[in-house]
Design a protein around this ligand. Structure first.
Ligand SMILES: CC(C)(COP(=O)(O)OP(=O)(O)OC[C@H]1O[C@@H](n2cnc3c(N)ncnc32)[C@H](O)[C@@H]1OP(=O)(O)O)[C@@H](O)C(=O)NCCC(=O)NCCS
Length: 176
């Protein structure tokens, strides 16, 4: 049985370990995703209710993190959420754990009143949840990334109407 729950104070080391294991064999990974979570923890962008753990038969097997970011222009600043990282340990991959984590994160984010989620990720994975290419919107990232990897999802109809600008991630997002 898969249980999805928000992280608790004692979960920190378990999350770091599972994230590191999930990305260990990923060729495009810098294998520092777990350190990014630690950096973000100390910032106002970190929302413990949107750091979700998947327990499979009582064992921690997956994790997803959504952190606050801004879409800024000269005229406006709109809060969005950045999805990263999404991690399922190899022994539990391809069993629907990732899908459960993404869906649960969307539901909880919408319930908290957030309007959208953006990410840079696997192009074949995220469209099943309704993600569209970011390039369809007047929104740009603060770095170069292939168009097909950059995606965004409005969490409710019209949430991105009139939203334009450049994404400003939380301090700690980028590894200096
Ligand atoms: C990518 C990841 C989160 C998917 O989670 P998962 O629990 O294994 O996947 P699910 O069981 O929810 O979904 C399975 C579906 O996703 C697809 N999928 C899974 N991993 C994929 C990958 N790396 N690339 C493309 N598609 C993938 C499968 O083909 C399958 O499709 P189907 O439903 O049409 O058969 C997981 O494999 C993982 O943690 N990988 C290592 C870290 C990583 O790459 N994270 C994502 C970075 S954007």
């Amino acid at each position: 049985m898969i249980v999805i729950r928000a992280e608790r104070p004692g979960d920190r080391a378990v999350i770091a370990d599972l994230v590191e294991r999930a990305y260990a064999a990923v060729p495009y990974s810098d294998h520092r995703e777990h350190l990014m979570i630690e950096r973000l923890r100390g910032t106002g962008a970190y929302i413990p209710a949107l750091s979700l753990l998947a327990e499979i038969g009582g064992e921690a097997g997956g994790h997803i993190l959504l952190t606050k970011a801004q879409i800024r222009s000269d005229l406006s600043a709109v809060t969005t959420l950045a999805l990263a990282p999404l991690s399922v340990v190899p022994e539990f991959q391809m069993q629907g754990v990732g899908k459960r984590l993404v869906s649960a994160a969307h539901e909880r984010a919408a319930a908290l009143g957030f309007g959208s989620v953006l990410l840079v990720g696997i192009p074949s994975y995220y469209p099943q949840f309704g993600y569209e290419r970011l390039s369809r919107y007047p929104i740009e990232l603060p770095f170069n990334a292939p168009d097909e990897n950059c995606m965004i999802l409005p969490l409710r109809p019209g949430a991105l109407d009139g939203v334009a600008g450049r994404v400003q991630y939380a301090d700690g997002w980028i590894d200096h």
